[in-house]
Design a protein around this ligand. Structure first.
Ligand code: 6GU
Length: 242
C-alpha cells in the first residue's frame, strides 16, 4: 500500500517512523511519503492561505498550491504503482462522515491513499470540485464531534487504524478479530499472571476463577457476557434496539 500525506507541518507526521507503522515501512508493506504543501508555492513568503471571500473570521487555504500538489503527487504515485493506479483522496475534516472501524477495514484494502491536511478554517471549495472533475475519488472523514486545529493528528490516528489491518503488519491476525469494535461490541476485560495479586495497598485481587477453569466454552460465554455488559454500560448506542 502507498500513502501520501500533503501538509504544511511535515514534522507532525514524524511518529509514523515508530513502532508498528515504522516497521511496516521498513519491511516494504507500506510506502509512506510526506509532502510539504509549501513546495508548491511560488511567492517569497510561500503563502498557502488568504482571508475568506465575503468576509469572516480566520483564513482559507488557497487553491493553487493544492492543485499543483495533487498533480505532482499523482504523477509520483503512478511512477511507482503504474498508470492504472487511482488514489483515494482523504480530507480529514470535522464536517466529514464518521471514521469507524469498518472505514479502516475498507481503506486497508486500497492500493493508494492520499491524505490532504487542511489547516485554518478550511480549504477553498473549488479544490474539491476540481479534483472530482479530474477523476479523483474523494472522501471527507471525521474522527468525532470535536474540532482539531488541522488534519495532521487525524492522519496519525487514521493511518494507524488502517495500516495495522494491512495483511502482515500485525503478527497475530487473531488479535484483530476479538478486539473492541471489530465485532460491534467493546472488548471483554483482560487478565494475566499472577492470578492472585496483592496490590500495593495490601488488597488481594484475584482474576476471575472461570479464566483458570480450562473450560473453553464457559470462558467464551463469560467473555461474551462481559463484552455485552460493558457495551451496555459505556456505549449503549452500539447495541441493537431492544
Ligand atoms: Cl478528521 N479533522 C479536524 N480538523 N478536526 C477533527 C477531525 C478531523 N475529526 C474530529 N475533529
Amino acid at each position: 500500500m502507498r500513502i501520501d500525506v500533503i501538509t504544511i507541518f511535515p514534522d507532525y507526521l514524524a511518529p509514523l517512523e515508530l513502532s508498528l507503522i515504522g516497521r511496516a515501512r521498513r519491511e516494504g508493506l507500506v510506502e509512506l511519503v510526506v509532502h510539504d504543501l509549501r513546495v508548491w508555492t511560488h511567492d517569497r513568503h510561500r503563502t498557502v492561505d488568504d482571508s475568506p471571500l465575503g468576509g469572516g473570521a480566520g483564513m482559507v487555504m488557497k487553491p493553487e498550491p493544492w492543485a499543483e500538489a495533487f498533480e505532482a503527487v499523482r504523477t509520483a504515485g503512478r511512477e511507482q504503482l503504474g498508470e492504472h493506479a487511482q488514489p483515494l483522496v482523504v480530507f480529514p475534516n470535522p464536517a466529514g462522515t464518521p471514521f469507524v472501524q469498518d472505514t479502516a477495514a475498507q481503506w486497508s484494502q486500497r492500493e493508494w491513499i492520499i491524505f490532504a491536511c487542511g489547516r485554518y478554517e478550511g480549504i477553498d471549495e473549488r479544490v474539491y470540485e476540481h479534483l472530482a472533475d479530474q477523476g479523483y475519488e474523494l472522501a471527507l472523514t471525521s474522527l468525532g464531534d470535536y474540532v482539531l486545529n488541522g488534519g495532521e493528528v487525524a492522519v496519525l490516528a487514521i493511518t494507524e487504524a488502517v495500516v495495522r489491518l494491512v495483511p502482515g503488519v500485525v503478527g497475530n491476525a487473531e488479535s484483530l478479530v476479538e478486539e473492541s469494535h471489530s465485532q460491534g461490541l467493546l472488548e471483554y476485560p483482560l487478565y494475566t499472571r499472577p492470578a492472585s495479586w496483592t496490590a500495593p495497598d495490601g488488597a488481594l485481587r484475584e482474576a476471575p476463577p472461570v479464566l483458570l477453569s480450562g473450560d473453553h466454552a464457559r470462558i467464551a460465554a463469560w467473555r461474551r457476557d462481559q463484552a455485552m455488559e460493558r457495551t451496555a454500560r459505556r456505549r449503549p448506542d452500539l447495541l441493537p434496539d431492544p
